[in-house]
Design a protein around this ligand. Structure first.
Ligand SMILES: Cc1cc2nc3c(=O)[nH]c(=O)nc-3n(C[C@H](O)[C@H](O)[C@H](O)COP(=O)(O)OP(=O)(O)OC[C@H]3O[C@@H](n4cnc5c(N)ncnc54)[C@H](O)[C@@H]3O)c2cc1C
Length: 475
């Protein structure tokens, strides 16, 4: 028996499940296929983000930060903790239950929106009479038909040549989020978002963490002033970060991993770790889609080739999220998912790449939107800058966390906000104001003239906007 749908979405990560829900809201009959299995073999929709990415990493970051605070910061508040102990297995079990709540939440949303969910792998078979035939293999075995297909198959971790992930000693994000005993010596290859977040978790829980990065600059995509402050803070906390290294042979022993590398001075080095996290980027996932056989074009880097509207080379086949060009971020995937569903409905889906926020959930947190100062210089755009330190913010003092600053970059002539960069507590939440402002093409003066609650960290955002015009009030 065949089933026909208006829209079939392959992949239930943030791009796919959101596309499916939006398409259902718009009145289409929708199916979503996802192959992710939980430990019992059941469905676990939510993709990388929910299962081994955004959500579990933030759960572990929060738990490890609580432990760190109890061990260090609480004393400053007059709270003395005696006999502090750590139960990593319980911490990981809590993280697993947070993941499950999210998996269950998506299954509930599918039911609520009448999206038919299939647990299995979806692959293209053929196009017949203007419909795409999709084969489902797994818990469900059947072929279904769709007028429109949205591919949202995400990405996989990139391995280092000669150092395949065994998830016991050489770990991808999957293994890094499932460690149940604190490794004494933890190596991290790659000082990107994932490496720094994972390194922070285990540093707080007691590991000696060494981060090895091939690039000579630390956080090259981040505004220089922020990257400099972050490097200072992370090294002060105890992360040993080596930049400009050249990784050589990696050998896994019985209980440890040896990494040979050449440091930035050209000297050969050897480091031995109890566990090694490799976080050197991610590759688009088109495995098992049977993409080439039906003529779906990939670009030279293996991403599904799409136009600005997320249309692929096949009629009525769309692709969103990590499997296509652009930043590999959950919220970018979601925006594309919504936009594609709306385009299928003949509406004008909208994704503004200039206002996609970036966040690194370390402590201090780092968040930004728009251009960095070095980008503006390179592009020869005349700008004004204003900064405000959290040290001068009353709420930050009350919190006991005055690290970092807010920095505004605005057009020298029009005062339009071109970029906002935050390093400090709750940067991930504070950046939203800047995103909204930039989406509405606000000027720094607009933010400076808006009433912000006192005392709040958001006052530092207002003060940085005032500082663009040299008139910060509290600094
Ligand atoms: C450790 C870590 C932390 C991260 N933290 C953040 C963060 O804080 N914020 C942020 O914005 N981003 C974060 N990311 C990135 C984020 O997880 C991804 O950008 C996001 O998950 C991409 O969403 P997606 O829907 O494109 O793909 P995915 O989430 O990868 O989902 C793809 C889904 O498709 C399924 N699938 C693949 N092929 C098939 C097939 N043929 N048939 C059926 N199903 C298939 C997969 O099983 C998977 O469930 C993090 C990533 C990692 C690894």
């Amino acid at each position: 028996m065949s089933k026909n749908f208006d829209v079939v979405v392959i992949g239930a990560g943030p791009g796919g499940y959101v596309a499916a829900i939006r398409a259902a809201q718009l009145g289409f009959t929708v199916a979503c296929i996802d192959e992710w299995k939980n430990e019992k073999g059941g469905p676990a929709p939510g993709g990388t983000c929910t299962n081994v990415g955004c959500i579990p990493s933030k759960a572990m970051l929060q738990s490890s930060e609580n432990y760190d605070h109890a061990g260090h910061a609480f004393a400053d508040h007059g709270i003395e903790v005696k006999g502090l102990s750590l139960n990593v297995k319980k911490m990981v079990a809590r993280k697993d239950s947070v993941v499950k709540q999210n998996n269950d939440g998506i299954l509930y949303l599918f039911k609520k929106n009448k999206v038919t969910f299939f647990h299995g792998r979806g692959s293209f078979v053929q196009a017949v009479d203007g419909a795409h035939e999709i084969k489902i293999a797994g818990a469900t075995e059947e072929n279904i038909f769709a007028k429109h297909v949205v591919i949202a198959t995400g990405s996989n971790p990139r391995a280092l040549p000669g150092a395949a992930f065994d998830e016991k000693l050489i770990l991808s994000n999957t293994g890094a989020l499932a460690i149940t005993d604190v490794p004494k010596r933890l190596g991290v290859i790659g000082a990107g978002v994932i490496g720094l977040e994972m390194g922070s978790v285990w540093r707080r829980l007691g590991s000696e963490v060494t981060v090895l990065e091939a690039l000579p600059a630390f956080l090259g995509a981040v505004d220089d002033a922020v990257a400099k402050e972050a490097f200072k803070q992370f090294t002060k906390q105890g992360l040993a970060i080596s930049l400009g290294v050249q990784i050589g042979a990696i050998t896994a022993g019985k209980n440890d991993v040896t990494v040979n590398y050449v440091d930035d001075k050209g000297a050969a080095q050897k480091a031995v770790f109890d566990k090694l996290i490799v976080s050197i980027g991610r590759v688009p996932n088109t495995i098992g889609l049977n993409a080439e056989a039906v003529g779906l074009k990939l670009d030279e880097r293996g991403f599904i080739a799409v136009d600005a509207d997320c249309k692929t080379s096949l009629p009525n086949v769309w692709a969103v999220g990590d499997v296509v060009r652009g930043p590999m971020l959950a919220h970018k995937s979601e925006e594309e998912g919504v936009a594609v569903a709306e385009r299928i409905a003949g509406q004008h889906g909208h994704v503004n790449f200039n206002t996609i926020p970036w966040v690194i959930y370390t402590s201090p947190e780092i968040a930004w939107v728009g251009k960095t100062e070095q980008q503006l210089k390179a592009e020869k755009i005349a700008y004004k800058a204003g900064s405000f330190p959290f040290l001068a913010n009353g709420r930050a003092r009350a919190l006991g966390d005055t690290t970092g600053f807010v920095k505004f970059l605005a057009d020298a002539k029009t005062d339009e906000i071109l970029g906002v960069h935050i390093i400090g507590a709750m940067a991930s939440e504070l950046i939203s104001e800047a995103v909204v402002a930039m989406e509405f093409r606000a000027s720094s003066e607009d933010i400076a003239r808006i009433c912000h609650a006192h005392p709040s960290l958001s006052e530092a955002v207002k003060e940085a906007a005032l500082a663009v015009d040299g008139r910060a009030l509290n600094f």
